[in-house]
Design a protein around this ligand. Structure first.
Ligand SMILES: [Fe+2]
Length: 130
């Protein structure tokens, strides 16, 4: 068994765990652009002490390159826990992130995320150069 056997994917319009990558389809080389990744874009995922998203990692695989690059890792560490108990805290980190990148080759962005009880989920988005 390999870890990729454990990383699930699905149609984000009906499955709440899929990380959805939102950015331009084509960018100019070396032009800084925004990349957003969110869980539950169409079907909301819970955000409670018992059930939440722990992190999203973003990777870029340049076309023709052998290995991917990690772009960033975004942890969501507040889920309503407090000294009074679960779901009594004042803050919940929402499972969405935004970052800015530039690329000089076309390629594919990959997002992988983990739900504390439903495991690893991934998606990808191809980016072309203008
Ligand atoms: Fe979940």
């Amino acid at each position: 068994m390999k870890i990729d056997d454990l990383v699930r994917t699905a149609n984000w319009k009906i499955e709440k765990h899929v990380p959805v990558i939102d950015c331009m389809e084509a960018v100019a080389a070396d032009e800084v652009f925004e990349v957003k990744v969110a869980i539950g874009k169409e079907v909301a995922h819970p955000n409670t002490t018992e059930h939440h998203i722990n992190w999203i990692s973003l990777y870029f695989q340049p076309e023709g390159d052998k290995f991917p690059y990690q772009v960033g890792h975004y942890e969501f560490t507040a889920h309503g826990a407090s000294v009074q108990g679960p779901n009594t805290g004042a803050v919940y980190a929402h499972h969405a992130m935004s970052t800015w990148i530039k690329i000089n080759k076309p390629g594919t962005l990959f997002a992988i995320s983990i739900c504390n009880i439903h495991g690893l989920w991934q998606s990808s988005k191809e980016i072309k150069l203008k």
